[in-house]
Design a protein around this ligand. Structure first.
Ligand code: ADP
Ligand code: MG
Length: 408
């Protein structure tokens, strides 16, 4: 997640900065141990083995092998040493003079690698090998694992989210213009409006992904104005994204389990020593049951990146549910779903509401919104147009003019 999905990880409660520091420290520790061994063997230390050239060589090994796997490091180091050795003999013979010409050739190889195989050799090699040597798949060992603790739901009808004169400006553009509304526990609220109305920006402000320019946010009676996404997630708000954010080369199950991050307690040290396995089983059991609920039980071990857009969205909902939120924010959950899948999703959302979940959703499919929501807020050009029940919104001439009129 640190590699390319930090916004998502933060929204799931992870302090990505903290983990980057932890990883840096672990790397520094390993480097210092190697340095100590090196000095021990050499009996002497001078600066040249630690010069820029060596730094570039290590970088080369990592990039050629593939930075995201342990085997990549071995492959990269091996390939590098072989190429270097060959070039040292070949180049002087070819060029007729001595010099560090291999550096130039290696530089060209590095540029080509970054352009044509930025993930390194190992991922492609693994693809080839997988015919005879399939990638180890995690055993399904979480049957009967104890359920994770869940948070008490706020009393139905109490004000769960209060948005007060919320405003966001991007330079001169006012994307969200002093919008206010309230969401009560146990209801499904829709946020609709034409493209560019500011719905996703409102979601980003409420979930702390973007800082608001001004305005107040209260969640479960507590001010969350200005808090970062991970702190808001901790208080029981979970979300999906309009543009799916996931870790494409991890399985669906693993992606969903990440949503349960805040419900786990084992830290880095425990995880490194594999003392977190019992908790991990509980997380996977939870992830599987959320995927089952959303109808994705047949895709548990597929790579998330190989799913079609519709199932990717469902996976995000399962991930958000895995956090055991009291408020769920869904940005266009039904986009890319077929009619049957939409109906199934609506049934799941109704079931969640019956269990005490509160939901705020953005959606373009009017049948879906009108049939599902208790109340609707309509936005246009960043401003709240009206708020009311689906029937009131459908009857409103303003909404027809601004939105429905153009759609139907
Ligand atoms: P919606 O989700 O209702 O379609 P958005 O909230 O995505 O609308 O966008 C509202 C407006 O804010 C649009 O005009 C969009 O171009 C603009 N906008 C959204 N995000 C940014 C950003 N990060 N920087 C600048 N402008 C943005
Ligand atoms: Mg949007």
């Amino acid at each position: 997640a640190l590699g390319g999905a930090t916004v998502m990880a933060e929204a799931m409660g992870v302090s990505t900065f903290r983990y980057k520091v932890v990883i840096f420290l672990i790397a520094a520790l390993l480097a210092s141990v190697s340095g100590w061994l090196f000095a021990h063997v050499q009996r002497t230390v001078n600066p040249s083995p630690f010069g820029l050239k060596m730094g570039i060589e290590y970088l080369f090994m990592a990039v050629v092998g593939g930075v995201s796997s342990v085997w990549g490091a071995f492959v990269g180091a091996g390939v590098f040493k072989i190429i270097e050795d060959q070039l040292k003999e070949l180049l002087p013979a070819l060029l007729g003079s001595n010099g560090n010409f291999e550096i130039i050739v290696l530089g060209i190889v590095l540029v080509l690698m970054l352009k044509y195989a930025p993930k390194g050799l190992w991922p492609s090699l693994q693809g080839l090998l997988s015919r005879w040597w399939p990638a180890a798949r995690r055993e399904r060992d979480w049957e009967g694992a104890a359920a994770l603790a869940s948070r008490p739901k706020p009393p139905a009808g109490s004000v769960l989210l209060r948005v007060d004169r919320l405003r966001k400006q991007f330079g001169g553009l006012v994307a969200v213009n002093d919008v206010s509304f309230e969401l009560r526990a146990g209801e499904i609220m829709g946020l609709i409006g034409p493209n560019g109305a500011g719905k996703s920006t409102t979601f980003n402000l409420v979930s702390g992904v973007l800082p608001a320019t001004s305005g107040e946010l209260r969640f479960a009676g507590e001010s969350i104005t200005g808090l970062p996404a991970r702190q808001i997630a901790r208080r029981g708000l979970s979300r999906t994204f309009q543009h799916v954010k996931m870790i494409a080369d991890m399985t669906v199950l693993e992606n969903v389990a990440l949503g349960g991050y805040l419900r786990s307690h084992s830290g880095t040290a425990k995880a490194m020593l594999r003392l977190d396995r019992a908790e991990e089983r509980r997380l996977f059991a939870e992830a599987e049951s959320q995927l089952r609920r959303i109808g994705m039980q047949d895709h548990l071990h597929e790579l998330a990146g190989n799913l079609a857009l519709g199932p990717q969205r469902l996976m995000e909902i399962a991930r958000a549910l895995c956090a055991d939120p009291s408020l769920l924010l869904l940005d266009e959950p039904a986009a890319g779903l077929r009619h049957k899948e939409k109906q199934a999703l609506a049934a799941v959302l109704r079931q969640l509401r019956a269990e005490g979940m509160s939901i705020l959703l953005v959606e373009h499919d009017m049948d879906f919104v009108m049939g599902l929501t208790d109340r609707i807020v309509v936005m246009e050009f960043g401003t709240k147009l009206i708020e009311g029940t689906p029937a009131e919104v459908q009857a409103s001439p303003e909404v027809r003019a601004a939105y429905l009129g153009t759609e139907h």
